[in-house]
Design a protein around this ligand. Sequence first.
Ligand code: KIV
Length: 272
Amino acid sequence: MSVHTAATARQTTQTIQQKKQAGEKIAVLTSYDFTLARLVDEAGIDIILVGDSASNVVCGNQTTLPITLDEMIFLAKGVRRAAEHALVVCDMPFGTYQISEEEAVRNAMKIMQLSGVDAVKLEGGEEIMPAIRHMVQAGVPVMGHLGLTPQSVNQFGGYGLRAKGEAEAKKLIRDAHLLEDAGCFSLVLEKIPAALGKRVSEELHIPVIGIGAGNGTDGQVLVLHDMLGFNDGFKPKFLRRFANMAEDVKQAVSAYAEAVRDGSFPNETEQY
Ligand code: KIV
C-alpha cells in the first residue's frame, strides 16, 4: 500500500475520479474517531467514510437506523481533524434526506458546515434523485449507495445478497445511471453479484466502490473494525481480516490486569 507523505496532495472528488480514468484502484475504509482516522490517513487510504455503521460499531445498535444527525456530525468532526490527505465522506443518517428535498439539502449542508467533511453519502436510487439533484446544485458532493442499503433492512427483511434476480439487477443498473446523471461523484455498491458489480463499473464514468460486490469494481470499501478483526463473530464471505485485534486487545488488557494485580506495574522506570 502507498503511504501518504507530507508531499502527498489532499484527495478531492476530482483526484478520486482521475484514479478511475488512470485505471488505479481506490482504497476506502470507514473511521469514526480521531485516533484511528489518523492512522488510516497516514497509511495512505484514499477515502475515509464516516459510515452510519457507527451505529453498530460505536454505539452497539443492531441496525444503522438509530444514529442521529448530531451524532454523525460529532464523529465526523474528529475524523476530519485527523485526515490530512484522504477525502472524507460522511453518511447521511436514516430520516435526514427522505422527507423533502429542502430538508435533505439543509441536513447535507449542516453536516458539511459543522464537521468540515468533503462530501456526503446517501442510500437509494430513483426515489431520492430529486434530493440528490438539489444537493449537487447547491454545491454538495454526493456519493451514492445501491444494492444492500442497510437503512432499508426492515424492507429487505435482512442483510442478504441483493439484485440476484433479473428485475432487481435491472433496477440497480438503471438507478446507477440515474445517480451518475444526477451528479454523484462516485457510487458504493454493497453485497451484489460480482458480475453485476463489474458491469456497473464498466458502464459508469464515475468510480464505483464495492463492498461484497466482487473484484471488478473501481475500488473497495470495508468497515475498519471488521477488517482489523475487532469483531470475532462477524464473518461474511466478502470480509478479509487483515489483523486480529480482538485477540490482540484481549491479550494486552489481560496482561495489564495481571501486572497491576501482581504488583509488577508500574516498575521503577515507570514512576517519578
Ligand atoms: O456505513 C458504512 O460503513 C457503509 C459502508 C459499509 C459502505 O455505508
